[in-house]
Design a protein around this ligand. Structure first.
Ligand code: PMP
Length: 400
C-alpha cells in the first residue's frame, strides 16, 4: 500500500503565516473603539483625540444621519433581502443613485457594496484582452486587486509623473480601450493627482481617465463634489468618477458615476453587484442624509479645511515633515516602521489616537503616522494633539 504524503494541517498553516508576519514586524491587531466614531472617542478605557478615522465631515455619528437611518429601517426594514438584480432593489436604492448622479454631474451612478468591490466590479467589467491600463504607482490596493481580475495589458507610471505617463502611453500603442487610472487624493500622502494635465495627456492618446476619489469626495470641489470637480472636469465624457461612501459620507458603500450605459453594463456584468446582496435600508437612508447635509450646510467643509490648515501649519512650525500633503490627510514622517509604531504608542499614552504605517503600506524609510483631521475637531482637540506630538517628537529626536 502506498502511503500518501501528509498535507499541511490547518493549525500548521495558520501558525506559519502568523510567524512570518511577526518575524517581519508586520503583524497588526486593530485598536478597539469603546465609544462612537467621533473626534474624541475611547480606547483602552480612556478618552482620546481621534486622528485616525476617515470621518472627514463627522457624519458617522451625526444625529441627522442617524435619524434618517432609523427612519429608513422603520419604513423599509432591516435588510434588502436579495441581490440587487434579483429582488433586492428598493426604490430608496434608486433614489440614492439619482441623488449621487446629480451631485457628481454624471449621467448616472451605480452604488455597490464598498469602494473596494466597486474597483473590482468596474475594472473587471470594463477591461478586456487587448486593452491597456496605465496606473499610478501609488494607487490603492483595491485598484491593484481589481486589475488582477482584468486580462488587459497593465503598466505603471511614476507617481504623478506626467512625462512618465506619456512615455508609457507612447511605448504601448493600443487599439482597445485605454484607461489611465489614478486616485483623486492619495490615501497615504494626502497629495492631489494633477488631473488637468493627466486628462490632457490621456486625451492625446484617446484614453479614458478613471479617478478613484475615495479621499476627495466630501473634501474637494464645490460642496464636496470631489477632485474631478476641483479641476472643472465634471462634464468631461472621458472621465469616470469612482468612489466610496464610507469616508466623508460616514457610512459604507462605493459608486461608479459616468454615462448611463456604464450603469447599465455594470448592473449586467459587475460581479460584486450581481452576486452579493445590496445595502440594507439603514445604510441608504443615512447616505441620503449625508448627501443632503453636505449640500445644505457649507460649515462642514469650512471647518474641515480650517482645521486642516491649522494642524498642518502647526506641525510644520514644530519641525515635523508632513511630506507635501495638500489635504486633511496629514502624514508625519518618522523614518523606520519601528519608530512610527513607537510614536503611535507614545501618542496614545498622551491621549492621542493616530496610527503608524510602515512597509509595505508605505515605502521603506518613509514610515509615518497618518493623521486625518475632521470637521468635528475643536481647536482644543487639535492643540492637545499638537502638544502630544511636540513632546513625543522631542523624546524621540524627530524634532529638536
Ligand atoms: N479606494 C481608495 C483610494 C481608498 O483609500 C479606499 C479605502 N481604504 C478604497 C478605495 C476602499 O473603500 P471602501 O472602504 O469603501 O471599501
Amino acid at each position: 500500500m502506498t502511503t500518501l504524503p501528509r498535507p499541511v494541517t490547518l493549525q500548521g498553516r495558520l501558525s506559519a503565516e502568523l510567524q512570518k508576519l511577526h518575524d517581519a514586524g508586520l503583524h497588526i491587531s486593530p485598536r478597539v473603539l469603546e465609544a462612537p466614531q467621533r473626534a474624541r472617542t475611547r480606547i483602552l478605557g480612556r478618552e482620546v483625540v481621534n486622528l485616525a478615522s476617515n470621518n472627514y465631515l463627522g457624519f458617522a455619528d451625526h444625529p441627522f444621519v442617524k435619524e434618517r437611518a432609523i427612519r429608513a429601517v422603520q419604513q423599509w426594514g432591516a435588510g434588502a433581502g436579495a441581490v440587487r438584480t434579483i429582488a433586492g432593489t428598493l426604490s430608496i436604492h434608486e433614489d440614492l443613485e439619482t441623488q449621487l448622479a446629480q451631485f457628481k454631474h454624471s449621467g448616472s451612478a451605480l452604488v455597490l457594496q464598498s469602494g473596494f468591490t466597486t474597483n473590482q466590479g468596474v475594472l473587471g467589467t470594463l477591461l478586456q484582452e487587448g486593452d491597456l491600463v496605465v496606473s499610478d504607482e501609488l494607487n490603492h490596493a483595491s485598484i491593484i486587486d481589481g486589475l488582477r481580475l482584468a486580462r488587459a495589458t497593465k503598466k505603471v507610471f511614476r507617481h504623478k509623473d506626467m512625462a512618465d505617463l506619456r512615455r508609457v502611453l507612447e511605448e504601448n500603442p493600443c487599439e482597445g480601450l485605454i484607461l489611465v487610472i489614478t486616485d483623486g487624493v492619495f490615501s497615504m500622502d494626502g497629495d492631489i493627482a494633477p488631473l488637468g494635465e493627466m486628462v490632457s495627456v490621456a486625451r492625446e492618446f484617446g484614453a479614458v481617465t478613471y479617478v478613484d476619489d475615495a479621499h476627495g469626495s466630501g473634501v474637494l470641489g464645490e460642496q464636496g463634489r470631489g477632485t474631478v470637480h476641483h479641476f472643472g472636469l465634471q462634464n468631461a465624457p472621458d472621465v469616470l468618477q469612482i468612489g466610496t461612501l464610507s469616508k466623508a459620507w460616514g457610512v459604507v458603500g462605493g459608486y461608479a458615476a459616468g454615462p448611463l450605459e456604464l450603469r447599465d453594463l455594470l448592473i449586467n456584468r459587475a460581479r460584486p453587484f450581481l452576486f452579493s446582496t445590496g445595502h440594507p435600508p439603514a445604510v441608504v437612508g443615512a447616505l441620503l442624509a449625508a448627501l443632503e447635509l453636505v449640500q445644505s450646510d457649507s460649515g462642514f467643509m469650512e471647518r474641515l479645511w480650517a482645521n486642516t490648515r491649522f494642524f498642518k501649519a502647526e506641525l510644520k512650525r514644530l519641525g515635523f515633515d508632513t511630506f507635501g500633503s495638500e489635504t486633511p490627510i496629514t502624514p508625519v514622517i518618522f523614518g523606520e516602521a519601528e519608530a512610527a509604531f513607537a510614536a503611535s504608542r507614545r501618542l496614545l499614552e498622551r491621549g492621542v489616537f493616530a496610527v503608524g504605517l510602515g512597509f509595505p503600506t508605505v515605502p521603506r524609510g518613509l514610515a509615518r503616522i497618518r493623521n486625518i483631521v475632521t470637521a468635528e475637531h475643536t481647536r482644543d482637540d487639535l492643540e492637545l494633539a499638537l502638544l502630544a506630538y511636540e513632546t513625543v517628537g522631542r523624546e524621540m529626536g524627530t524634532i529638536r
